[in-house]
Design a protein around this ligand. Structure first.
Ligand code: SAM
Ligand code: DTB
Ligand code: SF4
Length: 322
């Protein structure tokens, strides 16, 4: 696994004619992964809306009028019932999102630790995405059984302050480092379709691919333009930009789970199939992402059937090491 990629090398890969790029990505994908296996995650927003940050894409930022119904932290039982349901529907990972700037050491965090224990007990890989974390908080989450933590770069370093001003790119890197130090699997990726240049996309991939270890998973999101956010009028990102992004991520991080994330609802089956061909091997399933709609389980199962894909079992990597 190479962590010394140069921007130029990544650019050479990214800029190839699309079908060459996809062929190369599909080839690398087959060397390191079973191309018929897709890791399926279910998301649940355990604390919705009212966030103090100003992320320009986000319907949960308190300062934008998006008509979103905010709610405080859910009860542990409610969350565990959703996790059971996700497992029954074939998910191997359950990811809980909270609209916080950062985790605080309070009763809510204690409750989150209970949720993590509970979901882990159900036999699912537990993931959280709750904003910035200290090293100590990361250790507590790890002890409670947290498998992965999602903390996206969101965009490249150069484009960052056009999208978020209430925290810095370095803040993001710092939390990711804390997660890694605690021995938690890092899930980090970003969003395309926010007015960034191709160079910015390449820059973001470069930051991910040159971390001390490649992230265990890299979500590639297409912006969901939500009314009331500053990015409400952004045009839908072309599907072939998603394909190009996914293929490049696959080539430079061969063993990472590349997640075809937000934006699937606007994609046809053929378009999603092309993303899997380009090396995507993970999705978010269930009819809701955090606050916006997503294809339902039944539609995804029909897609898996059609394409001959299988959902991956939980903790596969660990089982293979035994
Ligand atoms: N508050 C925490 C944080 O920002 O890290 C966790 C929740 S936040 C909603 C998780 C991720 O969802 C963001 O980092 C962003 O990449 C993604 N996201 C949020 N709104 C989105 C949108 N409208 N379209 C695509 N991705 C989005
Ligand atoms: C990620 O990269 N995408 C997911 C998950 N990680 C947390 C979230 C997408 C959110 C899309 C907008 C919404 O539903 O609120
Ligand atoms: Fe808050 Fe996270 Fe949304 Fe930013 S992306 S506004 S930090 S919930």
């Amino acid at each position: 696994m190479r962590t010394d990629w140069t921007i130029d090398e990544i650019k050479q890969i990214y800029q190839q004619p699309l079908l060459e790029l996809v062929y190369q990505a599909a080839t690398v994908h087959r060397q390191y992964n079973d191309p018929n296996e897709v890791q399926v995650s279910t998301l649940l927003s355990v604390k919705t809306g009212g966030c103090p940050e100003d992320c320009a894409y986000c319907p949960q930022a308190a300062r934008y009028q998006t008509g979103l119904k905010a709610h405080k932290l859910l009860e542990v039982d409610e969350v565990l019932a959703k996790a059971q349901e996700a497992k029954a529907n074939g998910s191997s990972r359950f990811c809980m999102g909270a609209a916080w700037r950062e985790v605080r050491d309070n009763r809510d965090f204690d409750k989150v630790l209970e949720m993590v224990k509970g979901v882990n007990g159900i036999g699912l890989e537990v993931c959280c995405t709750m904003g910035m974390l200290t090293e100590e908080q990361a250790n507590k989450l790890k002890e409670a059984g947290l498998y992965a933590y999602n903390h996206n770069l969101d965009t490249s370093e150069e484009h960052y302050d056009k999208i978020i001003t209430t925290r810095t790119f370095d803040d993001r890197l710092n939390t990711i480092a804390n997660v890694r130090k605690a021995g938690i699997s890092v899930c980090s990726g970003g969003i395309i379709g926010m007015g960034e240049s191709h160079d910015a996309r390449i820059g973001m991939i470069h930051t991910l691919a040159t971390m001390p270890e490649h992230p265990g998973s890299v979500p590639v999101n297409a912006l969901v333009a939500v009314e009331g956010t500053p990015l409400e009028n952004m045009q839908r990102v072309p599907v072939f930009d998603m394909v190009r992004m996914i293929a490049t991520v696959r080539i430079v991080m061969p063993q990472t789970k590349v997640r075809l994330s937000a934006g699937r609802l606007d994609m046809s089956l053929a378009e999603q199939a092309f993303c899997f061909m380009a090396g995507a091997n993970s999705i978010f399933a269930g009819d809701k992402l955090l606050t916006t709609p997503n294809p339902g389980f039944a539609d995804d199962m029909a897609m898996f059937e059609l394409l001959g894909l299988r959902p991956m079992e939980a903790f596969k990597q660990e089982k293979e090491l035994v």
